[in-house]
Design a protein around this ligand. Structure first.
Ligand code: UDP
Length: 323
């Protein structure tokens, strides 16, 4: 298939581009390089620099490529930042995302795979969280993604858009060539590995008084390659759907740090800090629906395997993409 990856220079988009190319698809990447990196774009892909804020740019890209499907990864995705700057989240994730949908309608591109998030749910009544759980986000990031999911439903109904929305839990790990390099790193695993590399003095633990066994937040870390494989399966989905995507297992912040100590063999100091606003205590996915409907099956279910792949990548590229 011919696929346009919007946001293909970012962490998840870059690895999705790589896997699609490995599978023999034709891939074009559209990215404004605001968060992404030129070097994160696989050299086999056709790279178009452009910004979703300008509808004419995405429309021109869609017209010239004529893709069979679009994958949309271009968004702001930090819970903490969204609590300080909600406007950025509503603008980038909703308004700019709407430019993509309108450009797709105008150019008659009818299939989309969308990066959604478990942050649409907020603190769950029960875990694992399946697709029937009520969506009650507690941060603007989750709210912006939930709004976009609702927009997708209407574009499906009115314009016939076929979409699959994948609610990621915590994407982590790396492929051999591509990994996680954010200009300002807020995510737990890369921050712990930066301490292991001697680039940061210690890991800050945000909150040790949660109602969890060790007092720190629990998340469902899913290997990036497993997560990306779900996108490939979504391309063949017969109908529009929303799927939760995680491993069904949770690890606390302290457990992640302990696993990083074990895998790296390095000293990793910690500092206990107050809670980070907007963080739900425990998020674990039920991915039964995508397993049933699309035959998705994670291949890297252990936290150790995920951290091991991230550690290999960070050792190979200690300064990330270097820009
Ligand atoms: N966290 C932490 N220290 C860090 C980064 C994150 O204690 O340096 C915690 C964060 O508060 C959350 C969990 O680790 O409970 C996962 O955070 P991350 O930012 O990686 O992903 P999120 O779940 O926010 O998408």
């Amino acid at each position: 298939m011919k696929i346009l990856i919007v946001g293909g220079a970012g962490y998840i988009g870059s690895i999705c581009t790589e896997l699609l190319l490995d599978e023999g698809h034709q891939v074009a990447v559209f990215d404004n390089l605001g968060e992404g990196h030129r070097r994160a774009v696989d050299s086999r892909a056709n790279f178009i620099i452009g910004d979703l804020a300008d509808r004419s740019q995405i429309e021109a890209a869609l017209s010239s490529i004529g893709p069979d499907a679009v994958m949309h990864f271009a968004a702001s995705a930090l819970v903490g930042e969204s609590m300080r700057d909600p406007s950025k989240y509503f603008r980038n994730n909703i308004s700019n995302g709407l430019n993509l949908l309108d450009a797709m309608v105008a150019t008659r591109v009818g299939r989309l795979v969308f990066s959604s998030t478990c942050a649409i749910f907020g603190p769950p009544e029960r875990v694992p969280i399946d697709e029937t759980a009520p969506a009650r986000p507690i941060n603007p990031y989750g709210e912006s993604k939930l709004a976009y999911e609702k927009i997708l439903r209407w574009y499906g109904e009115i314009h016939g858009l076929k979409f699959v929305s994948l609610r990621y839990f915590n994407a982590a790990g790396a492929s051999e060539n591509f990994g996680e390099d954010h200009r300002i790193e807020t995510h737990l695993i890369p921050n712990v590995l930066k301490v292991a590399l001697g680039q940061k003095p210690d890991v800050e633990i945000y909150g040790t008084d949660y109602e969890t066994p060790d007092g720190t937040c629990i998340r469902d870390y899913i290997h990036i390659v497993d997560l990306v494989r779900a996108h490939l399966l979504a391309l063949g989905a017969g109908k529009s759907e929303f799927y939760n995507l995680g491993t069904g297992d949770g690890s606390s912040v302290r457990e992640v740090i302990a696993a990083c100590r074990k895998i790296t063999g390095r000293k990793i100091d910690i500092v206990e800090k107050p809670r980070r606003p907007g963080d739900p205590p425990r998020l674990i996915a039920s991915s039964e629906k995508i397993k049933r409907d699309l035959g998705w099956q994670p291949q890297f279910e252990s936290l150790d395997a995920i951290i091991d792949s991230a550690w290999k990548w960070h050792q190979k590229f200690p300064h990330g993409y270097g820009d």
